[in-house]
Design a protein around this ligand. Structure first.
Ligand code: ZN
Length: 296
């Protein structure tokens, strides 16, 4: 209790401003000690931006919509390709050739009409990233290339926005939550993108579809915990998942005082767009590019 938005009802009972339908819809949340009516209200008041309506963005956005996030922004400039459907579960066969933001909007609104889904059919760039993230509380990174991934990291550090980053490749996944000022950023662990040509081509690398579901769902969980202020986030911990072996492991990561973007003397003070000749499917090498630190 103690939520200033709670209204005092008849007989002194606290009445949260939820409809009967919402109380039923979110009943399994509301009975959780860590959520309750106050937490559900926090979710309803929250604004989450999912960048990329692909393999990671699909499950992340589905669970965030189902959870009752009040405003869900979706950024994607692409159209649905038949080869996306193996993992990008927001889209259906009949959506092939249509903008991903349109099928995302349809799917998320059908799941939960109470969520305001705001779509941006744009490619994230140095020119628009600050405007896109400004009005959101938490950013979920479901981008499919290193250039955008570094751009989003740098922008979130500069804007002080929490970012839930994840990457998948082949049978591997990784996840890290970035809380600017409180823990390491992506560059603290991977200072620079890999040189062009070092990473395999999209078609060569491949990815098992269901790993997008695992890692994207974990991203939704991280965002929900950040909004509720409960539990331990994966800030300062790199979570690695080997789907073939069925093993999760963690690598501790600390903020680097020499980090080019969040360190004591940052050398990156303006947003950079890398021109990388070869990009990876989904969000880059699961094990990451030039990993500098490898504590365990
Ligand atoms: Zn950093």
């Amino acid at each position: 209790m103690g939520d200033p938005r709670a209204q005092e009802g008849l007989g002194g009972a606290l009445v949260f401003p939820f409809s009967e339908e919402e109380i039923v819809r979110y009943s399994r949340h509301i009975i959780l000690q860590e959520v309750g009516g106050v937490g559900q209200r926090k979710l309803k008041d929250a604004r989450v931006l999912v960048v990329g309506a692909g393999g990671l963005g699909s499950p992340a956005a589905f669970y965030l919509a189902a959870a009752g996030i009040g405003t869900l922004g979706i950024v994607d400039d692409d159209v649905v390709d038949l080869s996306n459907l193996q993992r990008q579960i927001l889209h259906r066969t009949e959506d092939v050739g249509k903008p991903k933001v349109d099928s995302a909007h349809r799917a998320l609104t059908a799941l939960n009409p109470g969520v305001r889904v705001v779509t941006y059919r744009e490619r994230l760039s140095a020119a628009n990233v600050m405007d896109l993230i400004r009005d959101y509380d938490v950013i979920v990174d479901g981008v499919d290339n290193f250039s955008t991934r570094y751009l989003l990291n740098d922008a979130c550090v500069m804007a002080g926005k929490p970012l839930v980053d994840a990457g998948i490749l082949r049978w591997d996944g990784m996840l890290m939550t970035i809380r600017p000022g409180e823990g390491p950023c992506y560059r603290c662990v991977f200072p620079e993108p890999p040189p062009a040509g070092v990473i395999p081509s999209c078609q060569e690398a491949g990815v098992i579809g269901a790993i997008a579901g695992v890692m994207g769902t974990l991203q939704a969980l991280e965002a929900i915990k950040l909004i509720l202020g409960v539990g331990e986030t994966l800030s300062g911990r790199l979570l690695l998942f080997d789907a073939l072996e069925g093993r999760f492991r963690q690598v501790n990561a600390a903020q680097d005082p020499d980090c080019p973007v969040c360190g004591d003397h940052p050398t990156i003070t303006e947003l950079i767009e890398y021109d990388l000749a070869c990009e990876l499917p989904e969000t880059g090498a699961a094990a990451g590019p030039t990993e500098r630190k490898n504590p365990s």
